[in-house]
Design a protein around this ligand. Structure first.
Ligand SMILES: [Zn+2]
Length: 682
C-alpha cells in the first residue's frame, strides 16, 4: 500500500528524451478505445463484455424493486484509482445529478454501496446486488465520462441495448462475423425478466454495442435495420434521451438535484418570466431589424418556431431600461451556473446587467445583488456566456438592459437560458466558420486556442486537430498544454495534479439534453521525459518551445497531453456540435490535489469505528476487511498525507493570488487577441 501511495504520488509516466512544445502524448495510444476493446486487451472475459457475473445477472436485471438503489447512492473511490479517473468519476456523477434524479454521496458506513477501483478493464454488476461493498472497475483507458456513465448505468440496473428481447426487430446480428467463442455476448434477454421500460429501441443509447463489437474482420457484426443508425450505434459521448427516460422510469424520477431552469422562449408564457422594473419591455421576437435574423435554438430552421427575447435600444431614449425577471426559482442555496446565448447589436455604451433577487428570512421582500455587467457594442453573432452566481433557496434571475447614449441600430437579444448548480466552465473558446476551417485544414495541422488562466494561476491552451493527426484522419484530436504566463514565478513546478477538462458543447437548448463530448487529462508532477532528466509538467520556459505571435510578442508552450481520437467525424456531424457555423469548446483547469487523500481519511474517518461495529454485528465479512485495509492504508499513507498537507498549504497561497490572476487575464496585451487563430505545422 505504501508503495502504491508513493507510485501514485511520484508517477511513472515516461516521455521523449528532450521535451519541447511539439511533443504530445496520446493517452489512447492511437486507438479509439471502446469498453469491449479495453477489456479484451486486459484479458477479462465477462458477460456481454463488461458485466460482472453474479446470480442476479443471469436471471434478472431491471425488473425487481430489490435491485434498485436508494438514492443518494453511497459511493467510495478506492485508492487504486488513478488521479485522472477520480476526477472523471466525480464529473460523471455530476452528469447524473444534472440529468436524472439519481444523486450520490460519499460512503459513510451505509450497508450497501458502490466501491470504485482500478481493475483490469471497465465493468460492473447489474443493479443493486445487496452485497454490501459492490465493486465497479474503472481501469486503464476507462477514465472517460461516458464510460463511467455506462458502467454506473449497469450498476443502476440497465443492460446493453442490443440485448433487449425485441432487438431482432431493429438490428441484424451477423453471426458469421463474430469471433468464434464470443457469440454468447449477443444473447438476448428474456422479456419476462428484463424490461425496456416502455422506451422505444434506442440506437443512440450509451449502452448500445458499436457495429464492430467482437468482429473477426472489418465487416460489422451489428447491422441496423435503418441504415442511418449504422454510425450512431456505439456512441460513447453521453446519456441519450432514451437512457435518461429509462432511469427516470426505473427510479420514478421527479426532480434532479442540480438542474434548476431552462428556457428557449418557444412557449408564449416565456417560462414564467415577467417584465420587471423599467419603462421599457423585452419583446418575444423571431427576428429583428439590425439584430439577429433567427433565434439561436432553431436557427430559423423550424417554420413557426424560433423565438428569442429582445430589448431594442434603437427605439429607446438614453437611460431607458427594461428588466426580464425569471419566475421564482427554488434550489439548494449556493453556487450556480447561469448559461445563456446573447446577441448584441446595440450601442457601445448600452449595458446588460445580470442580477440575482434573493428572498430569505433577512430579506423577505427580496434583495437585489449585481452579478455581472456586460457592455454593449455590435458582436454580430450569438455568443455563449457562463456566469457563476450565488443564490439563496428562493431567488429570481434578472436581465436588465439599459440604453446608453451612442447610436444604436439594434439592442440585446437573449436565448437558450440554463441555470443549474453545476460548476461553470472557466473558459469558452468560440470557433467561427468551423465548416470552412474543416474544409481547408489538412490533417496533421492544429488549431490553437488562445491562452487561458486557471483559478490557481497556471496558463494553458488547447490544440485541436480539426481533421485529425496525419496518422489518424477522420477523427478530431485534442491536446492540452501548459504555457508561460504572468504568475509563473509564484507557481509550483512541476505543476501538481491539475485536471484539464476539454468539452465540445452539444448546442441543444436544454442543458439536460446536451450530449457534450468530454475529455480530461491530469498533470502528474512525477511524470518525466523518457531519459528521466526532465519533468513533463515543468515550467514551459524550461521544457517548452518559444511561440511567436503575429503582434510580435511571444510565449512558451510546454509538451502536450491528449488524444488523437477525441471524436470521430461522423459523430461530430451528429447532434449539434456544429450549429450554424459555430463550435464552442468549454475548458477548465482545476486543482484536484485534494483527491490524493484517501476518501475514508478525508470524509469518512469519523465513521470508521461505527462502520467496524456495524460490520462486525451485521455486515458482510468483506466490510471488516475493507476497514482493515483502510486502517493499513492510513498508516502507509502518512508520508503521502504530509506531502499533501504541504501541497494544500501551497495551493491556498496560490488561491489567494487567483483573483489577481483572473484580473491580469483581462488586461489587454497578456493574451493574444481573443480569437486570433493561428496554426503550427507539424
Ligand atoms: Zn456495458
Amino acid at each position: 500500500m505504501e508503495l502504491r501511495c508513493c507510485l501514485l504520488l511520484f508517477g511513472l509516466g515516461l516521455a521523449a528524451a528532450k521535451l519541447t512544445g511539439e511533443i504530445e502524448i496520446d493517452v489512447d495510444e492511437g486507438h479509439d478505445w471502446d469498453i469491449l476493446d479495453i477489456n479484451e486487451v486486459a484479458g477479462v472475459d465477462l458477460l456481454e463484455g463488461d458485466i460482472q457475473l453474479d446470480e442476479a445477472s443471469h436471471r434478472n436485471t431491471i425488473i425487481g424493486e430489490r435491485y434498485r438503489w436508494p438514492t443518494p447512492i453511497p459511493y467510495y473511490l478506492e485508492d487504486s484509482l488513478d488521479m485522472n479517473a477520480k476526477g472523471v468519476i466525480l464529473k460523471a456523477l455530476d452528469q447524473y445529478r444534472l440529468k436524472t434524479c439519481i444523486d450520490f454521496k460519499p460512503w459513510k458506513g451505509e450497508q450497501n454501496y458502490i466501491s470504485v477501483y482500478k481493475g483490469d478493464g471497465c465493468f460492473s454488476s447489474v443493479g443493486n446486488q445487496q452485497v454490501g461493498k459492490q465493486r465497479l472497475s474503472i481501469g486503464k483507458n476507462c477514465d472517460r465520462v461516458a464510460t463511467v456513465e455506462h458502467e454506473f448505468l449497469h450498476a443502476l440496473g440497465l443492460r446493453h441495448e442490443q440485448s433487449r428481447a425485441d432487438r431482432d426487430d431493429y438490428v441484424d446480428i451477423m453471426w458469421d462475423r463474430i469471433v468464434p467463442g464470443k457469440e454468447h455476448n449477443f444473447k438476448m434477454n428474456d422479456d419476462t425478466m428484463t424490461s425496456a421500460l416502455g422506451v422505444p429501441y434506442d440506437y443512440s443509447s450509451v449502452m448500445h454495442y458499436s457495429k464492430m463489437s467482437f468482429a473477426t474482420g472489418s465487416e460489422p457484426t451489428i447491422v441496423t435495420k435503418i441504415p442511418h443508425f449504422m454510425d450512431i450505434i456505439g456512441q460513447r459521448i453521453s446519456f441519450s434521451t432514451g437512457d435518461l427516460s429509462k432511469i427516470s422510469h426505473l427510479y420514478n424520477c421527479t426532480k434532479s438535484s442540480m438542474f434548476v431552469e431552462s428556457c428557449h422562449f418557444e412557449e408564449e408564457n416565456i417560462c414564467g418570466m415577467i417584465q420587471g422594473a423599467g419603462n421599457k419591455k423585452w419583446e418575444r421576437r423571431a427576428s429583428v431589424d439590425g439584430g439577429p435574423q433567427t433565434d439561436f435554438s432553431n436557427m430559423g430552421e423550424c417554420k413557426g418556431k424560433g423565438y428569442f427575447m429582445h430589448f431594442s435600444t434603437t427605439s429607446a431614449q438614453p437611460a431607458d431600461r427594461a428588466s426580464l425577471e425569471s419566475q421564482w426559482l427554488y434550489s439548494k442555496p449556493g453556487t450556480h451556473c447561469l448559461q445563456f446565448f446573447l446577441h448584441q447589436s446595440g450601442a457601445s455604451d448600452d449595458v446588460l446587467n445580470i442580477w440575482v433577487r434573493d428572498y430569505d428570512q433577512a430579506n423577505p421582500g427580496s434583495k437585489l445583488k449585481l452579478i455581472r455587467s456586460i457592455t454593449g457594442g455590435v458582436r454580430g453573432s450569438w455568443e455563449l456566456h457562463a456566469i457563476t452566481l450565488n443564490m439563496t433557496r428562493k431567488a429570481r434571475v434578472v436581465f436588465e438592459g439599459i440604453r446608453g447614449n451612442g447610436p444604436s441600430t439594434g439592442g440585446f437579444s437573449l436565448d437558450d437560458i440554463n441555470l443549474s448548480s453545476m460548476e461553470c466552465p472557466q473558459h469558452i473558446w468560440h470557433i467561427r466558420n468551423i465548416t470552412g476551417l474543416m474544409a481547408t485544414t489538412p490533417s496533421g495541422r492544429k488549431l490553437y486556442s488562445p491562452r487561458f488562466l486557471s483559478p490557481t494561476g497556471y496558463s494553458f491552451q488547447v490544440g485541436v486537430y480539426l481533421n485529425g493527426k496525419s496518422s489518424r484522419p477522420g477523427y478530431m484530436g485534442i491536446y492540452f498544454y501548459l504555457t508561460s504566463g504572468p504568475n509563473d514565478h509564484n507557481l509550483q513546478w512541476p505543476c501538481p495534479w491539475h485536471q484539464a477538462t476539454m468539452v465540445l458543447m452539444d448546442q441543444q437548448s436544454d442543458i439536460r439534453q446536451q450530449m457534450n463530448m468530454h475529455r480530461m487529462v491530469t498533470t502528474d508532477p512525477g511524470k518525466k521525459s523518457s531519459d528521466g532528466t526532465e519533468f513533463y509538467w515543468d515550467d514551459p520556459r524550461k521544457v517548452g518551445s518559444k511561440v511567436s505571435v503575429s503582434d510580435g510578442s511571444f510565449y512558451y508552450r510546454g509538451p502536450g497531453l491528449g488524444t488523437s481520437s477525441f471524436l470521430a467525424h461522423n459523430r461530430l456531424k451528429s447532434r449539434n456540435f456544429i450549429k450554424g457555423d459555430d463550435a464552442f469548446f468549454l475548458f477548465s483547469l482545476e486543482d484536484i490535489s485534494a483527491l490524493l487523500v484517501s476518501q475514508s481519511l478525508a470524509r469518512a474517518a469519523v465513521h470508521v469505528d461505527d462502520g467496524l461495529k456495524k460490520s462486525a454485528a451485521q455486515g458482510p465479512p468483506q466490510d471488516t476487511a475493507t476497514h482493515a485495509v483502510v486502517v493499513t492504508a492510513a498508516a502507509g499513507c502518512v508520508v503521502t498525507v504530509a506531502v499533501v498537507l504541504i501541497l494544500i498549504i501551497r495551493r491556498r497561497r496560490r488561491q489567494q493570488e487567483s483573483d489577481r490572476a483572473v484580473i491580469i487575464q483581462d488586461m489587454p496585451g497578456f493574451m493574444e487577441a481573443s480569437y486570433n487563430l493561428y496554426y503550427m505545422r507539424l
